[in-house]
Design a binder for this molecule. Structure first.
Ligand SMILES: Cc1ncc(COP(=O)(O)O)c(C=O)c1O
Length: 400
């Protein structure tokens, strides 16, 4: 049996002076630079040592010139998708991209026309709205419905949106941020069928696919054969390995015609490749060592998200989505006052910064999102402070 080094996720790491947005932008975004930040979706947990070592080794070489386009990245990507998600891919499908949002922007350019409507389920990660608008298209968001702390899709509303003649593209976020929802094969197949019926293409953002908690499992849209001719899918190592600052992502495009159009869009904006350290990170991370790190990290995050869910659920009037995926816990705080009033109590009384729900669209207003990818000795006391600030004297429900 191979011996695995246990990773230490409890270590507190000072991020001062490392250009960390989560800390450095506090004053600008929240008007406070001392409250503890649990907003931006990166982790305060370390990138695994085997990956840091590979980066060190490359930086030790004093020449940082142009890199060969592939550099072994596709083989690593294909191995990872097969071993982690049972997804068989072909090398030709893989296109490197600096970020998932870059791929989303190119997909919007390729799969829709100016002034078209682009459909997605909301609330959703803010750039779904902004990237559509920046490309001269119109966001057409279909609200998800909270039912017993889980989002459900209103398929009638979704079909009405997709049936509009100006709707040409569906943007999916699977697993879903915020809300931590893992879409099932049946739901995804139904969406693919609707897209075929109404002649709509799909861009699927699967950036959170590796952070899924048992018994849930990620189903890529590409595991549905019928999605292949109409889909562009984006992944990244940024979330799982905490390497978002390295800008290492990729898209998979089975349809050669769509792929050629996508490549041409990336070439027009000179974004068809990624940086050297991103390549080193991608090829190193997507490996058996990366899979073992993932196993340990997910166990840590599963407990963190459950505990934060338990603490925040104790606040009378607050309902919190059950986290099936992502290290983000999303709750409805509207019963406690206006978003500004609640944010003020979170910041001034609890000394905690959470992501405000308006970033995720109108349907998110009054909700807040807590990032649980932090060492427990920081995370749990912070969430207890939230509980005491919003419901003084309340105890969390007992653990299951
Ligand atoms: C759903 C989703 N997509 C994309 C991103 C950003 O990815 P990237 O930095 O690769 O553009 C995030 C970051 O939080 C996200 O949650």
């Amino acid at each position: 049996m191979p011996q695995h080094t246990p990773y230490d996720f409890d270590r507190i790491i000072d991020r001062t002076g490392t250009y960390a947005e989560k800390y450095d932008a506090r004053k600008r975004i929240f008007g406070n630079d001392t409250a503890e930040p649990f907003w931006v979706a990166d982790m305060d947990l370390p990138t695994p040592a085997f990956l840091v070592d590979a980066l060190h080794a490359r930086v030790a070489h004093p020449i940082f010139g142009y890199t060969d386009a592939d550099a072994g990245t596709s083989a690593a990507i294909q191995w990872w998708l097969d071993s982690q998600h049972g997804l068989r891919t072909e090398k030709s499908w893989v296109r490197l991209s600096p970020s998932v949002v870059t791929s989303m922007s190119h997909a919007i350019q390729v799969l829709s026309q100016p002034n078209d409507s682009v459909v997605f389920l909301s609330p959703v990660y803010g750039p779904f709205f902004t990237t559509v608008r920046q490309n001269g298209r119109h966001p057409l968001d279909v609200p998800l419905h909270p039912q017993q702390n889980r989002y459900e899709i209103d398929f009638d509303a979704l079909e009405s949106a997709l049936a509009r003649p100006d709707a040409t593209l569906l943007l999916l976020c699977n697993p879903h941020n915020p809300g931590g929802r893992v879409f099932s094969r049946a739901e995804l197949s139904a969406m693919v069928d609707l897209c075929h019926k109404h002649n709509v293409h799909i861009f699927s953002d699967e950036i959170h696919c590796d952070i899924v908690f048992a018994p849930h499992a990620h189903t890529s849209i590409l595991s549905i054969e019928a999605a292949h001719p109409i889909s562009i899918v984006a992944f990244s190592i940024g979330k799982l390995f905490n390497t978002s600052g390295l800008n290492a992502s990729f898209a998979l495009i089975p349809n050669p015609k769509l792929r050629a159009q996508f490549v041409s869009a990336t070439q027009r904006s000179h974004c068809a490749d990624i940086n050297l350290l991103g390549k080193v990170a991608l090829t190193t991370a997507m490996s058996p060592q990366g899979a073992e790190y993932k196993r340990q990290l997910i166990a840590y995050l599963a407990e963190n998200t459950q505990e934060v869910h338990r603490i925040l659920s104790a606040i009378p009037g607050v309902s919190v989505m059950r986290p099936e995926a992502t290290y983000l816990v999303w709750g409805d705080f509207r019963a406690l006052g206006t978003p500004t009033q609640v944010a003020k109590r979170l910041i001034d009384d609890a000394q905690v910064l959470l992501s405000g729900g308006a970033f995720f669209g109108q349907n998110g207003d009054g909700w807040f999102r807590a990032n649980c990818a932090h060492p427990r000795q920081r995370l749990y006391p912070a969430m207890e402070r939230v509980l005491q600030a919003l419901a003084p004297g309340t105890r969390p429900h007992s653990a299951p």
